[in-house]
Structures are given as structure tokens and as C-alpha cells.
Design a protein. Structure first.
Length: 87
């Protein structure tokens, strides 16, 4: 549970999906320090939720065998309710 909520917090805080953050924070890259921030969980599976052009929250998924599978689950969950979000 802490990993999933950390992924959601990270995505919402940076307004970016954690998979995208992984790509820009690899060792040696300018943003590599993001990985050392307290509370930041930069592993696939944290996805932002947008409605009406605004960030309304984030979803974090953990427990699948890998960040790619966690991200797929997060995207599926968001897709299942996206039509209820627009206001």
C-alpha cells in the first residue's frame, strides 16, 4: 500500500505519470535527483487523472510483476471511470 500511494502522490505532485518521470530521471540525467526526494516513488504505476482540462487527482497501483503492468492497471482503472469525471 505505501508504494501505491507513493506513486499516486508522486504523479499528482509532479503532474506527470511516474513512467514519464522514470524516463527523465535516469542516472546521469539533469533530473536524476528526483529519485532521492523523500516520499517520491518513481516506478511505473502512478498516473494522473484529468477532467475538464484540469488535474483532479492521481491513481497509484502496485503489486503486479513490474511497473509496466502496474501502469496498465492504473490506465484501465482511469479509463473505466473517465466518462464520469468530466463536469
Amino acid at each position: 500500500m505505501p508504494t501505491a500511494s507513493g506513486k499516486a502522490w508522486t504523479a499528482a505532485s509532479f503532474r506527470t505519470n511516474t513512467t514519464d518521470l522514470m524516463a527523465i530521471s535516469q542516472p546521469g540525467m539533469m533530473q536524476a535527483g528526483l529519485r532521492n526526494l523523500p516520499g517520491a516513488v518513481i516506478i511505473g504505476g502512478g498516473n494522473i487523472v484529468e477532467a475538464g482540462g484540469s488535474l483532479v487527482g492521481a491513481v497509484g497501483v502496485s503489486g503486479a510483476p513490474g511497473g509496466d503492468a502496474d501502469e496498465a492497471c492504473a490506465k484501465a482503472g482511469i479509463a473505466a471511470i473517465v466518462d464520469k469525471l468530466d463536469f
